[in-house]
Design a protein around this ligand. Structure first.
Ligand code: COA
Length: 162
């Protein structure tokens, strides 16, 4: 069985991520979306909220699971018996960072390859922080995030504004 892990912060998941997940789910028997528990990166959504939003947004994909991990990605890949890491590439500016990360992971766990999936052109400008900023300032993010995420953003910002 071919198992791929798609790791990331997903704070929050966007339609750009969903596009990558849909493409990956056609290439592998099982895709595990692994939300990183990163203590140094301040997140808007809690780990549980991020996992729940991804589950709701990928319910149409039978071979996709959602999980979270902390620590080294290489250890998590080993634990899950994964053969591939999925990363999305939106533009050339993503490439240098991604290449270094792929090389580091290759050194840490040589039996796993990083597979880059090119984002659809309509999502090349979409990022989680861009979406958060636009939503905070009242912009319409309907075309950039799943409906549950849009509702989640509205709720967060209502709480923040008081
Ligand atoms: N569509 C939309 N947005 C995309 C995207 C796509 N196709 N591809 C990337 N992005 C955006 C994300 O939304 C995120 O935006 P933001 O910075 O505005 O939040 C940004 O690109 C990158 O985020 P992400 O994909 O979550 O990567 P990351 O750099 O935060 O985390 C990990 C990458 C989790 C894989 C990495 O940190 C890791 O492996 N951590 C574990 C520790 C470890 O093993 N370290 C050694 C590895 S070298």
């Amino acid at each position: 069985m071919s198992i791929a892990v798609y790791p990331g912060s997903f704070d929050p998941v966007t339609n750009g991520h969903i596009d990558i997940v849909e493409k990956s789910s056609r290439l592998f028997d099982k895709v595990i979306i692994a939300v990183v528990h990163n203590v140094t990166k301040k997140a808007l959504f809690t780990l549980d909220e991020r996992v729940a939003l991804i589950k709701e947004s990928t319910g149409h994909l039978d071979n996709v699971e959602v999980d979270c991990f902390s620590g080294l990605l290489a250890n998590y890949l080993y634990e899950k018996n994964a053969g591939a890491i999925i990363r999305g590439l939106r533009s050339i500016s993503d490439f240098e960072y991604e290449m270094h990360m792929a090389m580091m992971n290759k050194r840490l766990i040589p039996e796993v390859d990083t597979i880059f999936i090119i984002a659809d052109t309509e999502y090349v400008f979409v990022s989680s922080s861009g979406v958060k900023e636009a939503a905070l300032l009242g912009g319409d993010v309907t075309s950039m995030v799943p409906p549950q995420v849009k509702a989640g953003l509205e709720q967060k910002y209502r709480q923040i504004r008081g």
